[in-house]
Write a protein that binds this ligand. Structure first.
Ligand code: NAP
Length: 479
């Protein structure tokens, strides 16, 4: 004989109803708040609605299949649950109570005969499961997590080759992930600008931010790719507030034109993710005469960020996230050879030096813009399986393929830095897997104050001279 077990738990949190509903109704996020859940996977595209389906993998080794039966925005959701152990109907009710929100969770589990005996013998076990899930949800919604501090242990491990490199793989991601907190901060009133969103990490970050409900502007150099990207993001996430801007970011004429358009539109930017990148071998110059790595990886994000400062300042909790690379650990900035003109050229070295330059800018911007509330951080995605890595480093890709993270895993820290409440409290740091890491592993790569000054001066001069310049190529294309 089967047995019906009912759980009925209620929590209250100091958050507006619409924020609570936006967070809880995307049910795959249960992985952030229910300690019994290992993974929440959304099986159907679009925003949560009647018919949405989820697979919830439990730590205990079995999976639950959820299907949304009824869905009333800001009020109620009813789901059926199927698994090999039991079936259930789960109802979540939302109610405004003054400035607080009450969430009531009612579940009716139907255990088949053999397990019915277990549930009869251990009713308290079921009760505990329900209570710990709701306690987890309350903690997630209260969103009062401590910002991770710099750790001496991590910094020491980074200096040892094997532990340092192991962190870059998917194993490092999985190990760190166990310590993460929920990201329940409401993104529906925030605007993100992401470069390089047509592929790899930028695409994953754009998808994650769209799922969180942010309004997105994606910057791409190809109109056809941009159109497809926007259509795909809208279809997959159900977020239709996604637009594109076209700019080849290795051309300063196009970076300035992009800034002009964004400044004219005047929309505040809450999250600027400088992600576009590539590794160039052999040495190449843009049509404007800049070495490619320097142009795309350093001068371009410098000009974009500097010029968009007024729009960042207009936002409530502005964040800048610079996507760097662990490769920068191997290089010092060469202020007298920013464009790799001296000696033999290596694409990896030019790439690492440009990333090092953007790390210096991260620290400088954090310092000078700290008072205006703009938070600037840099991150290393680890080694992620993206088209960029496969094309630029085929040998490395072949050897490490099985250890590479997914683009979603690589992009996670960028999204966390841009969106989470706790990441707004620290600026000018370098992150991997939501943990702070040193920006140098050895004094050998440390620049002097004079070198910093010279780097900033050179970039500033180039920003000004490229504004004024009438590029031949640009004139031709716009004629
Ligand atoms: N994947 C990793 O393991 C890894 C590790 C460390 C750091 N990173 C960094 O992560 C970032 C993303 O890399 P990824 O691996 O995701 O590479 P990816 O798959 O090649 O994506 C690069 C993105 O940048 C865009 N882009 C390249 N050149 C551009 C230009 N001139 N103008 C405008 N957009 C341009 C690409 O656009 P198109 O589609 O038009 O080419 C694409 O959207 C890069 O900054 C990279 O240095 C990656």
């Amino acid at each position: 004989m089967s047995k019906i077990v009912t759980l009925d738990e209620t929590i209250e949190v100091q958050r507006p109803l619409y924020e609570v509903f936006a967070y809880v109704s995307e049910f795959s996020r249960i992985e952030e708040w229910d300690p019994a859940v290992a993974r929440g996977i959304k099986l159907t595209p679009g925003v949560p609605a009647v018919g949405s389906e989820y697979r919830i993998d439990m730590n205990a080794g079995f999976s639950l299949h959820y299907r949304m039966l009824e869905f009333e925005k800001n009020s109620r959701m009813l789901m059926t649950v199927n698994s090999r152990l039991f079936t259930a109907r789960e109802e979540i009710l939302f109610e405004k109570v003054g400035k607080r929100t009450r969430v009531r969770y009612i579940a009716n589990f139907d255990f088949p005969a053999p397990l019915a005996a277990f549930s009869r013998l251990y009713p308290a076990a079921m009760d505990r499961v329900g209570k710990s899930a709701m306690a987890g949800l309350k903690e997630s919604l209260e969103d009062n997590f401590e910002t991770p501090h710099e750790s001496k242990l991590l910094a020491t491990a980074d200096r040892l080759i094997f532990p340092g490199i192991w962190r870059f793989t998917k194993l490092g991601y999985r190990e760190s992930r166990r310590r993460w907190n929920a990201v329940s901060a409401y993104q529906g009133d925030r605007h993100a600008l992401i470069t390089g969103a047509t592929s790899g990490l930028g695409l994953a970050a754009a998808r994650q931010l769209a799922e969180l409900g942010a309004r997105l502007t994606v910057v791409a150099r190809s109109k056809s790719k941009a159109r497809k990207l926007v259509a795909d993001l809208k279809a997959q996430t159900g977020n239709d507030r996604v637009v594109f801007e076209i700019a080849d970011l290795s051309l300063m004429s196009e970076v300035h034109a992009l800034c002009d358009r964004l400044l004219a539109a005047g929309e505040p930017i809450d999250m600027l993710i400088n992600n576009a990148g590539a590794l160039f071998n052999p040495r190449q110059q843009t049509a404007e005469g800049f070495e490619n790595s320097f142009a795309l990886l350093l001068l371009s994000p410098y000009i974009l960020t500097e010029r968009l400062h007024p729009l960042l300042q207009k936002a409530e909790s502005p964040r800048i996230v610079n996507v760097l690379s662990g490769g920068m650990y191997s290089q010092k900035i060469k202020v007298n050879d920013l464009q790799s003109q001296r000696g033999s050229y290596s694409g990896s070295v030019a790439y690492a030096r440009a990333k090092r330059g953007l790390m210096i800018l991260t620290e400088e911007w954090a310092e000078i813009w700290g008072d205006s509330g703009i938070v600037v951080n840099a991150m290393h995605p680890g080694w992620a399986d993206t088209p960029g890595v496969e094309t630029a480093l085929p040998g490395f890709y072949r050897v490490t393929k099985r250890l590479l993270r997914t683009p979603e895993e690589g992009a996670d820290t960028a999204v966390w830095l841009a969106a989470s409440t706790e990441a707004a409290r620290v600026s000018g740091k370098f992150w991997l897997d939501r943990e702070q890491h040193p920006s140098h592993l050895s004094g050998r790569t440390q620049e002097t104050a004079d070198e910093r000054h010279q780097l900033l001066k050179t970039l500033e001069e180039l920003r000004e001279s490229t504004i004024a310049k009438k590029w031949k190529r640009h004139r031709k294309t716009s004629a």
